[in-house]
Design a protein around this ligand. Structure first.
Ligand code: NAP
Length: 521
C-alpha cells in the first residue's frame, strides 16, 4: 500500500469522526455476553452506529456453543448477570446453561441488540489504515470503521489432544464444546478424557444414565462443593417488587467472592488454607473408597488450577458403573482407549473434555496494525495487552476479556462491563480533544506487563505448583494479579498519560516522513 494512503487522513474515505461531528462507526466482533453488553452500553453513551459481526446464527457466545449435559455456571446467578438487566427470576443460585442462554437471547431482544448484528459473518482481517480500520469478512466484503472492539471471548477454540490414533476410533468422538445433542447415552460405554470444570459437570450429570463411564484422569483436581439451591416464588416476587434488593445481592455476592476465593488465589495464606480444608473435607465426605480418594487427591495447592465447584462429581465417580482411570493413555484405537498398562477400555462414545486454546482471543482473525505488524506474530503464544484492553501499535482497537484480564472464579460479565466503560471513557476523551486515534504507549505497556509478571509470582497460580490453562508458553499466568477492586478503579479512571494521543497533524507529519523516506530511497 502506498505510504500516503496508509497514513494520511485526507486519503481515507471517512473524515475523522471527532472532527466532522459524525457518529463513529464502531465494529464489535462477537455477539456473546461481551458483544451484547457493548451494544447496550455504547448506545446508552450515545454511540449508535454499531455493527456486530457474529460468525454463527445466534447470540450467546459460550452459552450458545456449549450444550453438554450438566452445563451450568459456578458463579452465582445474581452476579453472573448484566448490571443493566437484573433478572429476578433466576431459578437457582447457580444457573444452568440453557437458562443463561435464554437470558442472553432475551436481553439482546429486549435491548434491540439484534438489529445491529450481522449473523453468519466471520471477520477474516482487520487492517489499520490510519486512523481507521478496514474490516474484511469471510464474504470478501471490506468496510471501514473508526473503532474496533473485539468481543470474541477467551475459551472458544477447542483444544484437541495430540493422542495417537484419535481418528481411528469407530464410535462417536467429539469435544465438549461440540456436543452431539442427538446422541442418546442410555446404556452406552462412555469415555471422558480430562478432569476440568467441564468434565466434572458432565460426569455428575450422565453417570446414572450410561452403561459404563471411564474417566481418564491425567491430573487430579481440587473440588469445592457447590451450594446449589432452587429459588422460591416468594423470593422472586420480592426481587421483582424491590429491584434494589437484586442490586444489593449483586454487590454482596461480588464482595464475598472477592474477599474469599479471589484473595486466596492472590496469596492470602489463611484463606488458601480454608480452601484447601474445604476441598479435602468435600473429598473425604463424598468418596468413601480410600483407594479412589487417594487417586483423586491432587499433589499441588488448591486453587492453583481454576477451582472446580461441583457437588455431583464425587458421588458420580464413586458409582459402581464408573471407573477413574489413572494409567496414562497410550493411544486411541478403533474400539476404545489403550492405556499404558496395556489395557483396552472399550467405548461407544469418546468425549474430549480437554479444554481450550486459551492463547487465541481474537485470533485467527488477522489483525494488522501500524507499520504492517501482525498481532498474532507479536503474541506468539504469550498474548499480552495493556490493562487487558489494548495493544501498542494497534490504535482504536480494543479488546473485551483480552489477555492479562481478571479471570478465574469471578464474574466475567462484571469484568467486561468495566472494560466497556473504560473504552467509552477513552472515546469521550477522543471527542473532547479532537483526537483521531489513541493507543497505549510502548512504555506504559511494558511497565504494566513487567509489574504484572512480578506480582503474579506471589499468586497461587505460580506458587501452587501446577500446570493450567492460565499459563502462557513461558509458564507465566496470563491473569491480572491484583484485586478486582483495583481493576475496577483502573477501568473507571483511565490514565490518559499511558496513551499516545494521535491528532490529524501527527498523521500528516508521519505521511510526510514516509514520503521523504520513499523519495530518498
Ligand atoms: P480445562 O480446565 O483446561 O481441563 C482440561 C482437562 O483435559 C484437564 O484435566 C487436562 O489435564 C485434560 N487434558 C488435556 N489434554 C489432555 C491429554 N492430551 N491427555 C489427557 N488429558 C488431557 O478445560 P475445561 O474443563 O473445559 O474448563 C476450562 C475452563 O472453562 C474452566 O477452567 C473454567 O474457567 C471454564 N468453565 C467454567 C464453568 C463454570 O461453571 N463457570 C464450567 C466449565 C468450564 P491436565 O490437568 O493434566 O492438563
Amino acid at each position: 500500500m502506498p505510504a500516503d494512503s496508509a497514513t494520511n487522513p485526507e486519503s481515507t474515505p471517512l473524515a475523522p469522526w471527532t472532527q466532522s461531528g459524525r457518529m463513529p462507526r464502531i465494529a464489535i466482533i462477537g455477539a456473546g455476553m461481551s458483544g451484547i453488553a457493548a451494544v447496550v452500553k455504547l448506545r446508552r453513551a450515545g454511540y449508535n452506529d454499531l455493527t456486530v459481526f457474529e460468525k454463527t446464527d445466534r447470540v450467546g457466545g459460550t452459552w450458545r456453543e456449549n450444550q453438554y449435559p450438566g452445563l451450568s455456571c459456578d458463579i452465582p446467578s445474581y452476579l453472573y448477570q448484566f448490571s443493566f438487566e437484573k433478572n429476578p427470576d433466576w431459578s437457582h443460585r447457580f444457573s444452568h446453561g440453557p437458562e443463561i442462554q435464554r437470558y442472553m437471547e432475551s436481553t439482546a431482544r429486549k435491548h434491540g441488540v439484534l438489529r445491529d448484528v450481522r449473523f453468519n459473518t466471520r471477520v477474516e482481517e482487520l487492517r489499520y489504515v490510519a486512523p481507521v480500520w478496514e474490516l474484511t469478512t469471510n464474504g470478501g466484503e471490506t468496510e471501514i470503521f473508526d473503532i474496533v472492539i473485539s468481543a470474541t471471548g477467551v475459551l472458544h477454540h477447542p483444544a484437541i489432544p495430540d493422542i495417537p490414533g484419535l481418528s481411528d476410533f469407530e464410535g462417536e468422538a467429539f469435544h465438549t464444546a461440540r456436543w452431539n445433542t442427538q446422541l442418546d447415552l442410555q446404556g452406552k460405554r462412555v469415555g471422558i478424557i480430562g478432569t476440568g470444570s467441564t468434565s466434572a459437570q458432565i460426569v455428575g450429570e450422565i453417570a446414572d444414565q450410561v452403561g459404563k463411564l471411564s474417566l481418564f484422569q491425567r491430573t487430579a483436581q481440587w473440588i469445592h462443593p457447590l451450594p446449589q439451591k432452587a429459588y422460591g416464588t416468594y423470593w422472586k416476587t420480592l426481587l421483582r417488587k424491590v429491584p434494589a434488593l437484586n442490586t444489593a445481592v449483586y454487590w454482596g455476592v461480588a464482595f464475598s467472592i472477592e474477599q474469599s476465593f479471589v484473595r486466596a488465589t492472590l496469596g492470602n495464606k489463611l484463606l488458601l488454607r480454608y480452601v484447601d480444608w474445604a476441598c479435602r473435607r468435600n473429598l473425604r465426605k463424598n468418596v468413601p473408597d480410600p483407594v479412589l480418594r487417594e487417586k483423586l487427591t491432587p499433589n499441588y495447592a488448591a486453587a492453583c488450577k481454576r477451582l472446580i465447584f461441583c457437588s455431583t462429581f464425587y458421588p458420580a465417580i464413586s458409582r459402581d458403573n464408573a471407573e477413574l482411570v489413572t494409567d496414562g493413555i497410550e493411544r486411541i484405537e478403533s474400539k476404545g482407549v489403550r492405556t499404558r498398562d496395556g489395557r483396552l477400555h472399550e467405548l461407544d462414545v469418546l468425549v474430549l473434555a480437554t479444554g481450550f486454546q486459551a492463547d487465541r482471543f481474537i485470533l485467527p482473525t488477522r489483525v494488522i496494525g501500524e507499520g504492517g505488524q501482525e498481532l498474532g506474530s507479536q503474541w506468539e503464544g504469550s498474548p499480552r495487552a495493556h490493562r487487558a484492553t489494548s495493544v501498542p501499535g494497534f490504535p482504536n482497537f480494543w479488546m473485551l476479556e483480552g489477555p492479562t484480564g481478571p479471570i478465574g472464579n469471578i464474574s466475567l460479565i462484571m469484568v467486561t462491563e468495566h472494560q466497556i466503560d473504560y473504552v467509552i471513557a477513552c472515546m469521550e476523551k477522543m471527542k473532547r480533544d479532537g483526537l483521531v486515534a489513541m493507543a497505549p504507549t510502548e512504555e506504559a505497556f511494558r511497565q504494566y506487563n513487567t509489574a504484572m509478571t512480578e506480582a503474579v509470582q506471589r499468586t497461587v497460580w505460580v506458587t501452587g505448583g501446577c500446570q493450567s490453562w492460565y499459563l502462557d508458553k513461558d509458564g507465566i499466568p496470563n491473569i491480572y494479579p491484583w484485586t478486582p477492586r483495583q481493576y475496577r478503579k483502573e477501568m473507571r479512571h483511565p490514565n490518559f498519560r499511558e496513551f499516545r494521543l494521535i491528532r490529524s497533524h501527527d498523521l500528516t507529519r508521519s505521511a510526510e516522513r514516509s514520503a521523504s523516506t520513499t523519495t530518498s530511497a
